[in-house]
Design a binder for this molecule. Structure first.
Ligand code: CA
Length: 291
């Protein structure tokens, strides 16, 4: 699959792409810079909103309305009037942690996990912001909470704790949001990179970004088989999602944070948003937050 660069801006730590069908635009975050970016591929227009703090992930709620998992908890953000309202901060007592990747489940709950800024093992948790705005813990010990995806039949949650170097699965109950029956889908050898963000396609296959591996891989969660690889011209590949009119364009985020001067010279596109257009695969629209 051929990639191209979508837009000309670069992120320190681009992450968490979300396709907004209403505005036919892709939104994503620059975690460390604290920005939410929005790019409309048809018009080429780009805008960004500075949250004022590290910005782990966003989900869509309504027109211009987002829920974000920021360094200091969950917030509602309105991109039109540029306002933000705090909802809950489950780790107010842990200033060394910040929120990281997150996504809505098929019932409209916002799942987002935390990570220790210093990569302290097991210091993070996977939380769920429910529709009544209550917060619960879904996984109590996580190293670096990352990719989330639900199977097309809504029976399975796939999850990545990057520090564990694997992709795991749980049985998932869409009515209650409960998860159980943990199992490992695929171990990623460290020399291939660190598993990061993830999305699912309509065939139920998982697309996993490999931080340090310069790739997105497509895997069959039933067998752990790697079915496809997309090589990018950058090493720090962070996440991906499908967008575009038919949800066949794969958008891929990347980072340049921590690269040496030499590496930056070799990877002038580090931090870019990439897109593989008109793939033979199709994704889903993101689940919206139902608050
Ligand atoms: Ca990530």
């Amino acid at each position: 699959m051929n990639w191209e660069v979508a837009g000309s801006f670069r992120c320190q730590l681009g992450e968490g792409p979300v396709w907004d069908v209403a505005s036919q635009s892709i939104l994503w975050v620059d975690i460390t810079a604290g920005n939410i970016h929005q790019f409309c591929p048809d018009s080429g227009s780009h805008s960004s909103y500075f949250t004022g703090q590290q910005t782990g992930s966003i989900v869509l709620e309504g027109a211009g309305q987002l829920v974000a998992a920021l360094q200091n908890g969950f917030f509602r953000i309105n991109l039109r009037d540029k306002t933000q309202v705090p909802i809950a901060d489950p780790e107010r007592h842990l200033p060394g942690n910040r929120f990281n990747d997150g996504k809505c489940d098929p019932a409209g709950r916002f799942w987002a996990g935390t990570t220790s800024v210093q990569d302290e093992p097991g210091a993070g948790k996977l939380y769920c912001l429910d529709r009544d705005l209550s917060v619960s813990v879904k996984i109590p010990r996580v190293g670096c909470s990352n990719g989330l995806a639900w199977s097309p039949d809504h029976q399975t949650l796939y999850f990545i704790d990057s520090l564990a170097q694997n992709v795991v699965a749980y049985d998932y109950d869409v009515v209650t949001g409960a998860i159980c029956h943990f199992r490992t889908i695929l171990e990623i050898p460290p020399q291939n990179g660190i598993p990061d963000g993830m999305t699912v396609d309509t065939e139920g296959m998982l697309w996993v970004a490999l931080w340090g591996g310069g790739k997105v891989i497509r895997i069959d969660p039933a067998t752990g088989t790697i079915l496809h690889e997309i090589s990018l011209p950058v090493t720090l590949v962070t996440s991906c999602t499908f967008g575009g009119k038919d949800l066949r364009d794969l958008y891929i985020t990347s980072a340049d944070i921590g690269l040496t001067g030499n590496e930056l010279q070799q990877q002038p596109l580090a931090g870019s948003l990439f897109v593989c257009r008109n793939t033979s695969f199709q994704g889903y629209l993101p689940h919206l937050f139902v608050g």
